[in-house]
Design a binder for this molecule. Structure first.
Ligand code: EPZ
Length: 418
């Protein structure tokens, strides 16, 4: 077990380059099963979710290896359609493989997926979409069994714009017979990245990002070399870090367009933000007016994955703020730990009522999930005094070199093995 030792209070200066987006890379890895040819993912982050996904691909018979920062996947020998429970339970994105595995082999068997404990996280929309594409789906004993003699295009309307269901349906239908029209699809930038990736493999997908995605089935897909989009959530995490600690940093390799909702909020509390090419500059002199209200929404609304870091920021803003988490049922596990650092927060259902304090103080806290762990780390580097953060495995799932990047910006943080 590792832990962070943090001496809070240092302002942040310098620049940080963001990794490729975890939530883009994971569906791209699922898509690599759709071809027998070589797939190369450049600038692939070595985060635990990616490493777990390569283990799952290995179980299917794919060969994966890193060559520098590129992940090489050879799927020619893939022949197994079953994803073992031990691996499926490790993370949510194993469910994306249903679509690509059933498209490749005509069948798929996977245990109910795991992932961050942030809510019920049903997969009913994934299964509804697959059934509409002529897939027989049976759920028994904690497993999902899929089979189809021929995937057929269909008109599908999602009850809610689920990111994963959108991606699963795209993956299942790209080699189907005929055209699929998917309405009320998620508009997240990662969906556009998946569309670009699939089209570079020879697919015919259009409309990603608009809410209606059209997939015209093709006979086969070929290999591809691809550099995924930057991680907008990692970029947002560093912008919030600067807002909390004060100072002036540049977040490089990020798209400001993908972070418009957060940037608007940071300007509202009086951070100075400028954008030039793929760099986002933020300057904070320590003044933090009230955040007032944050409501997480599907893209382009405020991203749920930045709710925890934003809640930590709200704790040291002037006045009070209400943070409403509309997407997941239990995504406030970081709040009790923030309270131990001196935060004044009350949670009722999906809303956190925050009253700002001048500063948090150090404490020994534990990460409860990926983004909550990042939030607690930001709270600790901005707090007065010494903190420790444990259960870093949550953070390692989605942030590569998190402590190194923060230390390079001036945070007094180090990781020790206990
Ligand atoms: C993806 O999860 C991301 N994960 C999550 O990031 C992100 O928080 C989420 O999208 C929302 O943006 C990956 O991309 C690997 P959803 P996903 O399906 O696909 C309901 C992180 O921290 N729903 O869009 O699981 C669901 O209950 C992670 O990086 C159904 O009702 O999210 C939730 O309320 C956490 N039925 C809402 O949709 C379904 O079949 C959004 O879920 C599917 C979802």
């Amino acid at each position: 077990m590792d832990k962070y030792i943090i001496e809070g209070g240092a302002p942040l200066y310098g620049s940080v380059r963001v990794q490729s987006a975890k939530n883009a890379v994971l569906p791209l890895l699922a898509a690599s099963v759709l071809t027998e040819e070589r797939v190369i993912i450049r600038r692939c982050p070595r985060i635990c979710d990616v490493l777990h996904m390569t283990e799952i691909l290995g179980e299917l018979g794919c060969k994966t290896r890193f060559e520098g920062d590129a992940l090489v996947i050879d799927g020619a020998d893939a022949a197994n359609h079953e994803i073992p429970a031990a691996l499926a339970k490790e993370m949510r994105s194993s469910v994306f493989l249903l679509g690509s595995v059933v498209a490749r082999f005509g069948k798929a068997r996977i245990a109910y997926p795991g992932g961050c404990d942030i809510g019920l996280r049903p997969v009913d929309l994934h299964l509804k979409g697959l059934r509409r594409l002529n897939v027989r789906v049976e759920e028994e004993g904690g497993y999902i069994n899929c089979a189809s003699d021929r995937l057929k295009g269909a008109e599908i309307v999602l009850d809610c714009p689920s990111v994963g269901a959108t991606e699963n349906i795209m993956l299942a239908s790209v080699k189907g017979e005929g055209t699929t029209v998917l309405r009320n699809a998620a508009k997240e930038p990662e969906i556009r990245d998946l569309q670009d990736f699939l089209n570079r493999m020879g697919a015919k997908v259009r409309g990603a990002g608009t809410g209606t995605v059209r997939i015209e089935g093709v006979r086969a897909l070929h290999g591809v070399e691809y550099t995924p989009m930057p991680d907008r959530i990692e970029a947002g995490t560093f912008l919030i870090a600067a807002a909390m600690c004060g100072g002036e940093i540049a977040v490089e390799g990020a798209s400001a367009e993908n972070l418009a909702a957060l940037i608007d909020k940071l300007r509202e509390i009086s951070c100075k933000i400028a954008v030039k090419d793929d760099k986002i500059y933020i300057k904070s002199d320590g003044e933090r007016r009230s955040l007032r209200l944050i409501e997480t929404m599907p893209y382009p609304g405020f991203p749920t994955d930045l709710q925890a870091p934003a809640t930590a920021l709200a704790c040291i803003c002037e006045g009070s703020a209400v943070i409403v988490e509309n997407l997941f049922e239990t995504r406030f596990k970081h709040v009790p730990e923030l309270i131990r650092m001196g935060a004044d927060v009350v949670v009722r259902g999906r809303a956190a009522f925050v009253r700002g304090v001048p500063a948090l103080h150090g404490a020994d806290v534990a990460a409860g999930d990926l983004r909550g762990g990042a939030a607690l780390t930001l709270a600790a580097i901005s707090a007065e005094g010494r903190s420790t953060v444990t259960d870093l495995s949550h953070i390692d799932r989605g942030y590569s070199g998190f402590e190194y990047k923060l230390a390079a910006l001036g945070a007094k943080i180090r990781r020790i093995r206990v």
